[in-house]
Every structure is written in C-alpha cells, then in structure tokens.
Design a protein around this ligand. Structure first.
Ligand code: PLP
Length: 398
C-alpha cells in the first residue's frame, strides 16, 4: 500500500462555492418565478479583445504549415511574450529583465507551485482574509502558516510586526477578496521589513490593471529594493479576460540569492527555471502569441475598455453602499467590493437574507478566513443591467 501525503488530511473542505451553488439551486427550485442575480461570480464575463483574438488566430494558422509550425517551445516562454511583458512593465516605469519573466498557464499554478522552492521550518505569513490557494498549497506541503490579521482597524491592509521574524510573506494587492490596495509607503514598509528579515515576499498582482491612481504601485518592483526580496505573480485572467484561455507570468529577479544551510549560494531564479524546465513544458505558442498582443498599445487600450465596463459596475455598487451607509472596502482599484454585513449578521446569514429577500447572490466572507465571517464580497463581473437591478433591490432592503 502506498504511503500517502497525509498533509491532505489537514486541508479544510473547500465547500464555499459548492455551498453557494447548493443554496441558490434550492431557492430557485422553490421559487422559479423569482429571478436571481449573481454578483458572487469570481470570473470575468466580457469576451477577449480584438487584438488578442487576431493574434490567437495567427497562432493557429502558424501551426498549419511546416515553415511556421511550432512544437515544444522554451519552458520559460517565447521571447516575444517575455519581451512584451517587460515592455508593459517599462510602460509603468519599471525595469524588469525579460530573463526574470517566466510565462505560465496562470497565476494559480505558480502561486501554488512556488512552495516547492522553500524548505521546512519557515515562518510563513499569510493575511486573513485571503485567496485560499496560498494557505492550501502550504498545507499540502506540510507547512505551518502564521496569519496576519486584515480587519476594519487596518482597512484590511495589515502591516508588518517588526518584533516578529518571518521567512516568507504572501501579499495580494489589490486584494482578493477585500479589494483593498496598498500605497507605495505601505509596500515600502513591507519591502524594508523583508530585507531586514532576509524574507521573501510572494506578491500577487493579478488585479494590477484595475488600479486607476498612478500614485498606487501596480507592481512590487515599483518599490526600491524589491528585486532583492520579492517574486511577483501576475496573470492575464482578470486583465484581459484570459480565465479560460490561460496565461500568466511570474517574475523571479536574478537578485534573489540566498545561502543554503551549508553556505552554498542559491538563486531563486535558477531554482524556478529548473523547477519549470523539469515539470512544465511551456504555455502553448498560440496562447503566448495572443498574450503578446494583449501588451501591445492597441491591446492595452482594448483591454482597458473591458475593465472600464467592470469599473462602472463597481462604482454602481460602491455608490449604493455609500448611500445606504454600509461600510465597505475596495470597488475603486479592484473588481471586488467587501462590505460589512449590516445589523451584525454573520456572512452566511447575510447570504440567506439577500437570497430570500432580494434574490441577490454574493460570496460570504467566511469562505476567505476567520476575519471574513462578518463580511460579504460582491463582484463587478456581472452585466451592467444586473448590477443596477441588484442595487435597486438593495435600496428596498436596507
Ligand atoms: C483570479 C486570481 C488569480 C489568477 O489566477 P489564474 O490562474 O491566472 O487564472 C491569481 N490570484 C488571485 C488572488 C486571483 O483572484
């Protein structure tokens, strides 16, 4: 009999979306005449932009003849795509070496797989509430997690505790689920803390494209010193509607060098390169060619139009909650609005209350951690019409 990875026994059941689907289905079965509006959706809904579509078609056509056919590509990604991403960073005023950029099939895989580069016994700091992948991937590896609390007192932007040493720090900004976004000064404090502690920051910037204020950092590398302490994960999923097409990228600067227990220098860039070359055979050429087009001037402009659509929805939700005096976070530099459940309800009670009374479905904050238990997440990924109607219903209820 094989000995299994019993760390899997330690995983908490991820029943969140199944439970939402179950309760919603039970309600619609009993009330077929009451249309439900879903604002819990964590997936984009707008189609791919013209630029990306054209390039994807070109990618397919390249496969049709021997002189342009592509077989296995470089595991790290094609130069075309890596250069396009470096150009995108440059456009935002940040220098990133294309050799530090690794193309993947999305940020979920990379944020999950990165645990392989770290050994046992690290102090791993993860915010609560949080995107569940960080916690679960560490649990699968047998790592113990230390939580740092995001709450109303710190506007869901926890700051380092300088009296505590940590080795690995997860940060997601703009944040899923809270929509909160760190400013430069706050991120600088994290970078300085990481440098002092010789810690590594794992920075998830999947929602960077939603940042409207040029003063807010869209990358951890907007902060001086970050290349010595941070890996950045990003994705075309929310930026360009690639949730189904699949493409992401991870930046592992060559400056990230640490000593092994025996004093050997180890480069995280070289380790990730080895990890990917061993276990990943690259993102398809077709998708990478489409991804490169997303980062052209035209592509950025077209994607921005889709983001504007979502942002308009977010503004409708934010304006309504403001009018109703319901305290919320996000909605400005993020597709997410995280509100405090009115009347002291816990998040599942709030879920049932909204479903029963106004047929609006969202995501109970309890699904993202202990600190989410009195909060509720709405997303701006629905249609404009549904968002407006959902908010009209909110006004009848609160
Ligand atoms: C959606 C999301 C991602 C992107 O995942 P992909 O695998 O690239 O689709 C990464 N991080 C967070 C926090 C997300 O919400």
């Amino acid at each position: 009999m094989p000995k299994l990875n019993e760390n899997y026994l330690q995983l908490k059941d991820s029943y969140l979306f199944a439970e939402i689907a179950h309760r919603t289905a039970a309600y619609t079965e009993k009330n077929p005449d009451k249309p439900v509006i879903r604002l819990g959706i964590g997936d984009v809904t707008r189609p791919l932009c013209e630029c990306a579509l054209k390039a994807l078609h070109e990618g397919v056509d390249a496969m049709a003849s021997t002189d342009t056919f592509k077989g296995y590509g470089p595991e790290q990604g094609y130069a075309e795509t890596r250069n396009a991403i470096a150009g995108y960073y440059k456009r935002n005023g940040i220098d990133v070496d294309p050799a530090a950029i690794f193309i993947s099939d999305g940020a979920k895989s990379d944020t999950g797989n990165i645990t392989e580069l770290f050994g046992e016994g690290n102090v791993i700091l993860i915010p609560d509430p949080v995107y569940p992948v960080y916690v679960d991937s560490n649990t699968m590896f047998g790592n113990k997690v230390t939580y740092i609390s995001g709450n109303a007192e710190n506007d869901f932007l926890p700051m380092p505790d300088h009296s505590q040493h940590v080795d690995v720090i997860y940060i997601c900004s703009p944040n899923n689920p809270t929509g909160a976004c760190y400013n430069k000064q706050q991120l600088k404090e994290w970078v300085d803390y990481a440098l002092e502690n010789e810690a590594v920051i794992l920075f998830d910037s999947a929602y960077e494209a939603f940042i409207a204020d040029p003063e807010l950092p869209r990358s951890i590398y907007a902060i001086e010193g970050a290349k010595k302490c941070a890996i950045e994960f990003c994705s075309l999923s929310k930026t360009a509607g690639f949730t189904g097409t699949r493409c992401g990228y991870t930046v592992v600067p060559k400056e990230l060098v640490f000593q092994s227990s025996t004093g050997v220098e180890m480069s995280l860039n070289a380790m990730w390169n080895r990890r990917q070359s061993t276990k990943y055979n690259g993102t398809s050429y077709i998708v990478q060619h489409g991804a490169a087009a997303v980062f052209s001037e035209e592509g950025i402009r077209e994607c921005q139009e889709n983001l504007e659509y979502y942002k308009k929805n977010a503004a409708v939700i934010a304006d309504t909650l403001t009018e109703l005096g319901i305290r919320f976070y996000g909605g400005k530099h993020s597709p997410y609005i995280w509100f405090e459940c009115p009347n002291g309800m816990d998040s599942w009670t709030c879920f049932d209350y909204l479903l029963e009374n106004i047929q609006v479905v969202g995501t109970p904050g309890a699904g993202f951690g202990e600190n989410g238990k009195n909060y509720f997440r709405l997303t701006s990924f629905g249609t404009y019409e549904n968002t407006v109607e959902a908010m009209r219903r909110f006004k009848t209820l609160f």
